[in-house]
Design a protein around this ligand. Structure first.
Ligand SMILES: Nc1ncnc2c1ncn2[C@@H]1O[C@H](COP(=O)(O)OP(=O)(O)OP(=O)(O)O)[C@@H](O)[C@H]1O
Ligand SMILES: [Mg+2]
Length: 263
């Protein structure tokens, strides 16, 4: 892949950069990112699109040929001109509840599709929790027991369903959902617990304020008791610890420890 000089940076993180380059959205990863993760993200995009999801088209996965990113793996997608829902919500704080309702509606639409070929939510969570050796083994065991109670589940669970991953197109068409790196086939209540937790631990102060309203809305709109969603919060919090984001560690541990009274 060749990146043009007219590319515009959208975000840079510790391990990647995202650019708009003409009508392409390009995610470039640093040298530590295994190629298999990048192919997996592209495969996820394709699977979700084939399951009927409104997802930007995958254009290319390849290594960058020259310049500062030479040799890095990059994923090119169709660029959707528009604004993220996070941006729209920041600009219209008086409409927060309305937009959160739209977020839940969209999430329920995604969750209504089946995609049994995706990676399994249960397997991914089990693997992540097991890798957190700093977590007490008895706690890990308890969390695994909760996961064992999870019956299969083949629904499309995005795994990172937050306002910055929803694009509202400028042309007034239906929203797109982006960033399918974490999608699995699984259970909707687990995906809701994941969104709730991600809002709670976000750097973005607005997100923290959205969390409780989001939970209430998801519960009523999907007719799922809040307790069922909250039951999964310690599980997704433990999996989140596997990502090694130090800053969030204390909060994540508090979400886990609160339910294990022998600690
Ligand atoms: N196809 C696209 N068209 C237009 N804008 C996009 C597209 N894909 C992503 N974006 C914008 O770029 C931002 C970053 O992209 P993306 O969410 O895929 O990466 P990320 O958030 O860094 O991923 P991660 O979840 O690994 O942190 C999104 O929040 C969105 O605003
Ligand atoms: Mg994102």
């Amino acid at each position: 892949m060749i990146l043009s000089n007219s590319k515009v940076e959208i975000i840079t993180r510790h391990n990647k950069a995202v650019y708009r380059d003409g009508n392409r959205l390009i995610k470039v990863f640093n040298e530590r990112k295994p190629g298999s993760d990048v192919f997996n993200e592209a495969l996820n995009d394709s699977r979700v699109s084939e399951a009927g999801g409104r997802v930007p088209r995958v254009l290319e996965v390849s290594q960058v040929k020259d310049g500062e990113w030479e040799g890095s793996w990059a994923l090119a997608l169709e660029y959707i001109p528009g604004q993220s829902l996070a941006q729209v919500m920041r600009d219209n704080p008086e409409k927060t509840d309305e937009y959160l309702e739209q977020l839940v509606e969209l999430q329920l639409q995604v969750l209504s599709a089946d995609a049994p070929l995706l990676n399994r939510q249960k397997d991914k969570l089990r693997r992540m929790i097991n890798s957190v050796k700093t977590l007490d083994p008895s706690v890990r065991y308890d969390l695994q027991m909760r996961l064992d109670g999870l019956k299969g589940g083949t629904k499309v669970c995005h795994g990172d369903f937050i306002p910055s991953n929803v694009i509202i197109p400028d042309d007034g068409s239906e929203p797109y959902v982006v960033d399918w790196a974490h999608v699995t086939a699984g259970i909707p209540a687990v995906d809701a617990a994941q969104t709730y937790l991600l809002l709670k631990v976000s750097n973005n102060k607005d997100y923290i304020e959205y969390a409780d309203t989001y939970l209430k809305l998801f519960s009523t709109m999907s007719d799922t008791p809040r307790q069922v969603i909250m039951n999964w919060v310690p599980v997704v919090a433990a999996a989140e610890l596997a990502r090694g984001r130090q800053r969030r560690e204390k909060f994540l541990l508090s979400q886990i420890e609160s339910v294990f009274d022998y600690l």
